[in-house]
Write a protein that binds this ligand. Sequence first.
Ligand code: DOR
Ligand code: ZN
Length: 348
Amino acid sequence: MTERLVIRRPDDWHVHLRDGAMLEAVVAYTARQFSRAIIMPNLAPPVTTAEAAGAYRQRILAAAGKGTDFTPLMTCYLTDTLDPGEVERGHASGVFTACKLYPANATTNSSYGVTDIQNIYPVLDVMQRIGMPLLVHGEVTDSDIDIFDREAVFIDRVLSKVIADFPDLKVVFEHITTSEAVDFVHAAGANVAATITPHHLHINRNAIFEGGIRPHQYCLPVAKREKHRLALRRAATSGSPKFFLGTDTAPHARSAKESACGCAGIFNAPFALESYAAVFEEEGALDTFEAFASEHGPRFYGLPLNEGQVVLERQEVVVPDHVGPDDANLTPFLAGKSLHWKFIPHTE
Ligand code: DOR
Ligand code: ZN
């Protein structure tokens, strides 16, 4: 039995850090485990200019603290009216790593999102030309489409078209949840990849209703049937360079989750690597864990692999029921459960 896993320092390619007191409460969890993180721009108001992204980056670095070896990679929130020149300048100056497409009203703080994909075609043109990745929240929002079908319908109605119209555009299909998404990414060119979260590898949709409504298992895209979870596990552990780590850690205060209209989002940052490692071990695939966590992402983004290593040691850890200060009281993913790996931070 493997007792100690030593892997190259990993990155998290999909993170919500929020702002203000919540940022202060959560940033250390991500910075402790990951070298770099793609920071989602769905603040209120959203991050739509290089200036706003640069200021947000400074707030993240300040919250992480001096001496913390952590690099936030910033993204631009696409709107119907965004100037392609702003995207190009922001990318050229090194502020924007990628752009994020939220279909309008698909999820938290997405009301300024894109109402019709044609509206951002001039921006996609620029992004394709300069090699800037498009990060996609892949769900349609039509009320007549069942919530469990929204990702598959998005592939048919929107993503297939984007890929046909922009054959060289780098696309990351974020937090995929279905076998249709896995098949789509496998079939597409090398310019199309996907992130997979720990929660979509651990739970199926039953978890949201297990003995009652479980707000801490609710996120968007919502978890799907068991056959989809198994397809995601096969993709993540396959060794294919098209699939990589992106937690979609999405903190909301307990009071906002445990509510008559609870927010979507699962806060998995505190035990992110441990929870991924559990999946790879269960699948008998610890040999592909390092590539998923630390190699496929940077290669897709065209960034160098990290130096240094982190260690996971076989040891039982119990995920606490709550973490964080009173004003940002958070319930972590897998609260109350045991994991069998202990994370040891990196040393030079
Ligand atoms: O569950 C989610 N939470 N999905 C998203 O797409 C957004 C995120 C958030 O910002 O809370
Ligand atoms: Zn997200």
